[in-house]
Structures are given as C-alpha cells and as structure tokens.
Design a protein around this ligand. Structure first.
Ligand code: PMH
Length: 393
C-alpha cells in the first residue's frame, strides 16, 4: 500500500531527469570511466534510495555517501551495488563496513593501527585512499604520510586498498589554475603509490564540474553529484555545459485560506507587512520547519496560476502568506520551486535569493515534506517518513 500523506505540501522528484543526466554523463565519458552516483545527504534531499536505484539502472556502477549510516541504510533497503563512504568512519566501526560490504575512505596511519586492533573478523575490508591535493579537508598530503599509511595497511592483510582519490576545490570555476595544480599533485600522489608497490583498481578525482569539463582525464571513475540532480555546479559553468541538465526537484503546496484584506492591515508576525490597498492574501501551509527558511521572505515569490505572487510578511514555522493577483479558491496549487515554460522558479533562483548555492536548497527541504516520485511521466511512489510505520494508518 502506498504511504499516505495528509498535508497538501509535497516535493516532486522527476526520476526521468536523474536518468537522463546519468545517461548523458556516461555518453560524455570514455567507455572505461564509470559513474559513481553521489547520494549522500539523502540524495541531496531528493531521496537516496530512489535516486540510487534510478542512477544504477541508467548505468552508474558505484554509489557514494558521506557516512557509514547512509551506506548501511542503502544496504538495508536492498541495494547491492558497491558503495563508498567518502567521509571519515570510526576505526571501531570497521566491522560494520565489512558486514555490509561497504568500502571506506582511509588517510590516517594511526586510524589504521586502531582499526586493525578493533577488527576481529577475517573478512577483507576495502579501502579508498584519499589524497588532500588542495581541498584541505581530508587526505594525506605528502610522501611520508602516504608511506606511513601504506606501511600500516600492509601490516594487516585483511585491509585491501581498492581505490585512490582526491577532491577538487575549484573545478567549477572558469580559472582552472588551482584545479590544474590539484590535478598534478594527484598524479604525483599516484606515483608515490606505485613506488610503494600499491596499484589500486579504482582511481577517481572528478566531481560533476571536473567530469563535465575534462571527461577524458577522469581516470576510471567519476563521482557525479550535483549535475546528476540537474543542477549546474556553478553559475560560471552554465554557458559551457556539454549537455542540457534536467532539474529533478520541484516543490509545491496548496492554499489553505484566501481572503480579501483592507488597506493598512498587518500580515504575519511583527505585522511588518502592511496591505497597501484591498489585497487578496493567501495562506500557504509551508514554513521554516519545512526548510522554507525565514530569509526567503524578502523579495521572494511563489507561483499561483502562472503569476508570481510575493510572499507577504514573515515566514512562520508551518505557514506563510502571499499576495494574490485576484481571488482564487482554497486548494489552488502554489509552486515554490518549479513551474512551466511561462513562469518558472528554479532551484538556482531560490539559492540566489538566499545568497547560497543550489546544492543547499533541496537538502534543506525537511523530512516533513513528502517526496512524490515520477517515472516515465507517471506517479511511481511516495516517501513520507512521518507516516512510514508498520501500523495501519
Ligand atoms: N566527492 C566528494 C568527496 C564530495 O564531497 C562531493 C560533494 C562529490 C564528490 C560530488 O560533487 P558534486 O556534487 O559537485 O558533483 N560534496 C559536497 C560538499 O561537501 N559540499 O557540497 C558538496
């Protein structure tokens, strides 16, 4: 039975868009360069499981997550594809990675010693060694660190280095100087591995930006995140994208109240917004607890019947008001992100209003907002964590 939801607010996830973006990326890459679908943070807010399944069907071979918990979640939901945890894992949790056949990131010698002590099973554990070539976040930075780490890895035959990787800080920028510096440092790091007698099967460095710009030079795996969701890694990259990205995420609600308000009446907390004349005011049941943050109140619009309607007054926890061009009935659809060819609010527009990047927008739409999945133009399923329970509702 389909999971119910009893609120008229929802996000729509167009899985066809995810599929098209993966297929297009694969076509751009040489045949022996695989795609890892990056589905951390619940698939950038779109739903990790659904995005993972779609991406794998479209030809992705790997999945990337930030946390061991996210990887275990995918396994529990029945996904069998290889998964890499890109972030740090506790050394005492290595047995969980082994149990669920999850590859993990390694870059600290001390960590390996500790993990080796804690790990009691004989099953092999698979690692990707991370180089910090200029992101300054995680990874080994020089030869002696790499040597120490590999020496430690070699002392435990259960530990297998399956991959080596790095992450770029500026691949999305027009100026590629820093990217080039990182790229050559990575190649130097790979030469250290060779010197130390390590030859990992998988070598990867490309995020979306690097993979779209330099598909020929991405070794044998790319970590495809933001562009898989149909969003450009940066504004700078938009004019030169090698294929059209299809945005997968949209966000909608329905008016729960509509009224005519006389001039000089206050709307919402603080009564900062004042009606200038007789105005039609609609109440939208979306608030900052849904991730529709209060900072969106200023200069923001939503779409009702192809009209851009300004948000009126402060955004509350569960609701906000908007100014309608004319009377519309309760139940009328309100689009917060999305729309048609005539009027459209993109994720990028919402990000710009907030002074942030598009990555953050679908991530911040909270779990309280049900996700409805569409495939081949048809409604496929609903996710509503609030009511996903074994009880009959
Ligand atoms: N690999 C790693 C290690 C990452 O952290 C990310 C994204 C990706 C690949 C995918 O990058 P893309 O989405 O640009 O394709 N990580 C983050 C982050 O930490 N903050 O924003 C994006």
């Amino acid at each position: 039975m389909e999971v119910p939801f009893y609120r008229d607010t929802w996000a729509e996830i167009n899985l066809d868009a995810i599929e098209a973006n993966v297929v297009n990326m694969r076509q751009l890459l040489p045949v022996d360069t695989m795609v890892m679908a990056v589905v951390k943070a619940n698939g950038y807010g779109h739903g990790a499981e659904e995005v993972a399944e779609t991406a794998l069907e479209a030809g992705a071979k790997w999945l990337g997550v930030a946390l061991l918990d996210e990887a275990v979640r995918l396994r529990v939901s029945g996904i069998e594809a290889p998964i890499l945890v890109l972030g740090w894992t506790r050394p005492e949790d290595v047995h969980i990675a082994a149990k669920y056949n999850i590859s993990i990131t390694v870059f600290q010698q001390e960590w390996v010693r500790e993990a080796s002590k804690c790990y009691k099973s004989q099953h092999p554990v698979f690692f990707h060694l991370k180089f910090d070539t200029g992101m300054g976040r995680l990874g080994v930075r020089d030869y002696s660190e790499a040597k120490g780490l590999i020496g430690e890895m070699k002392s435990d035959p259960r530990f297998i280095i399956e991959g080596a990787f790095t992450h770029f800080a500026t691949a999305d920028e027009d100026n590629q100087t820093y990217f080039n510096e990182q790229y050559s440092r990575f190649k130097e790091g790979l030469s250290w591995l060779k010197e130390l007698g390590i030859n990992p099967n998988l070598i990867h460095c490309g995020n979306s930006a690097a993979s779209l710009k330099h598909p020929e030079n991405m070794f044998n795996l790319v970590r495809f995140g933001i562009a898989m969701y149909g969003l450009s890694p940066s504004e700078e990259m938009k004019p030169g994208l090698p294929f059209k990205l299809e945005e997968a995420f949209s966000f909608h609600s329905r008016l729960v109240h509509v009224k005519s308000v006389p001039p000089n009446e206050g709307i919402s907390y603080g009564a900062i917004y004042r009606t200038e004349k007789d105005e039609w005011i609609g109440t939208v049941p979306v608030g900052y607890a849904d991730g529709w943050t209060r900072s969106l109140a200023k200069d923001s619009t939503v779409i009702v019947r192809n009209n851009r309607c300004p948000i009126a007054g402060k955004i509350c926890m569960d609701q906000f008001m908007c100014r309608l061009p004319y009377e519309v009935p309760v139940g009328e659809k309100v689009t917060l992100i999305g729309g048609g060819p005539d009027v459209k609010i993109t994720v990028d527009e919402v990000a710009a209003r907030l002074g942030t990047i598009n990555y953050e927008i679908p991530c911040m739409i909270s779990e309280r907002v049900p996700r409805i999945y569409f495939r081949s133009g048809e409604r496929l399923k609903v996710r509503n964590p609030l009511l996903e329970t074994n009880e009959e509702i």
